[in-house]
Design a protein around this ligand. Structure first.
Ligand code: PMP
Length: 416
């Protein structure tokens, strides 16, 4: 039953959203992620959340950050609180080039666009390249926030398989051939080569030239999303794909994991022509990225031993990774599989045959442990037998307790 109510908006007793007929077609693709729905339960103190991907920034030197922000307001306040360049603060763009050099990238600050987190960079790149129905090739599984962007721009996502060494070259070749055989246009490959979210694997160094070659031959751009690149547990960071291919790769970086996500500062490094379009898109989206945040990040980078801080973060995350892997090894029933990440925040765990991580989640929450079901990371409903476990936020003790609770739930499921 429906009735006309104020301003001609149809109100329906059965529909929750009475504006539903008015939205643009693309808005239908905007749905809350499974992670969002989990947040309210997972953040209850009695629940051990292995669900969220929040960096643990408690080790940051707040006095240093506070001092830098104070100085910024006193010495440069009118600039920091004013509109700025649509492309981003020039000094910060130079510092970003120094950061990227750690991964083998030689870039000019003119080719960097500062964005509101790398999340906005994914959005801007998709905005300038994709029409409805265009195909984006993604790893299987892929980052839930990027899938949300692709859906919002009405792209079709085609997944290509990964193994323990990252994206499988033959799977990429097959995906390209299948999409082209179906007469569709591929706009880019979206890849997270390092410490993958959610798969926890890294693309093997030997595989990288082959992946680049496949994309070069097929004339497909690569969107390299690399927020975790400096959070490896071994000595040297992986060499970026962008380090060996300047024209065919758009590289995305972020300070969310190496410093703090609340500043919302990320960036895109793009070939010159693309960079110009990104700036136009940035200007129409936000006029300019926030001056204050950019200058605060810039001050932190120049006044603090930020690389020493990243080293501390890596040590903390390594300890937590070890706690998770040790308890999985000690407690998980046979036929459960997982990977051992060499950096980043995530373990991808696959349950014994017949179990469904999504169906099991309410029972896990009752047992006071939360995770993200694998289906969140696929555009096509796959992944039900898997889950993403994060070790970044809880302490090692809480991680052990969380795994113990999870094992209890899995064992009950196996008995059913
Ligand atoms: N890409 C990946 C793979 C991520 O995991 C995240 C954050 N979880 C982002 C992009 C976005 O990060 P931010 O916007 O904070 O830079």
């Amino acid at each position: 039953m429906s009735e006309k109510a104020g301003h001609g908006i149809r109100r329906s007793a059965t529909r929750l959203d009475s504006y539903v007929d008015r939205y643009a077609a693309r808005t239908k693709g905007m749905t809350a992620s499974e992670i969002r729905a989990l947040f309210s339960v997972a953040s209850r103190p009695e629940v051990v959340s292995l669900a969220g991907g929040m960096p643990n920034i408690s080790g940051l030197p707040l006095d240093v950050v506070g001092g830098a922000i104070n100085d910024l307001v006193r010495t440069n306040g009118p600039v920091a609180m004013q509109y700025g360049s649509g492309q981003g603060d020039p000094r910060l763009r130079e510092q970003i080039c120094d950061v990227m050099r750690l991964e083998g990238i030689e870039a000019h600050p003119d080719d960097v666009v500062v964005t509101v987190g790398s999340q906005q960079a994914v959005d801007l790149v998709t905005r300038i390249f994709c029409d409805p129905g265009d195909v984006v090739i993604c790893e299987a599984p892929s980052y839930v926030g990027a899938l949300g962007v692709f859906r919002a721009y009405q792209c079709d996502v085609v997944h290509a398989a990964m193994d323990e060494h990252g994206l499988v070259p033959d799977a990429l070749r097959d995906a390209i051939a299948a999409v082209r055989a179906a007469g569709k246009t591929i706009k880019f490959l979206y890849t997270i080569p390092n410490y993958h979210n959610p798969a926890g694997v890294s693309m093997a160094a030997e595989r990288r030239p082959e992946i680049l070659e496949i994309c070069r031959e097929a004339d497909i751009l690569v969107l390299e999303d690399n927020p975790y690149g400096l959070l490896g547990f071994d000595d040297e960071p992986y060499r970026a794909l962008r380090a060996d291919e300047a024209e065919g790769v758009i590289y995305l970086g972020s300070f969310s994991k190496t410093f703090a996500p609340g500043f919302r500062v990320g960036w895109a490094l793009a070939p010159h022509a693309v960079r110009e379009k990104l700036v136009l898109a940035q200007e129409s989206a936000t006029l300019c990225p926030p001056s204050f945040s950019q200058m605060a990040v810039s001050a932190y980078l120049s006044e603090h031993d930020w690389q020493g801080q990243v080293k501390q973060f890596r040590e903390m995350y390594r300890e937590r990774r070890d706690a998770m892997i040790e308890s999985l090894e000690d407690l998980m029933p046979a036929a459960t599989r997982w990977n051992v990440p060499d950096g980043g925040f995530y373990v991808w765990l696959t349950l014994p045959d017949g179990l469904d991580a999504k169906a099991m989640l309410p029972r896990a929450v009752t047992a006071r442990v939360a995770y993200v079901p694998g289906t969140a990371f696929f555009a096509d409903g796959f992944g039900a037998q898997s889950m993403r476990l994060s070790y970044c936020y809880p302490t090692a003790d809480r991680i052990r307790e969380g795994v113990r609770r999870l094992v209890g739930v899995i064992e009950e499921e196996l008995e059913l």
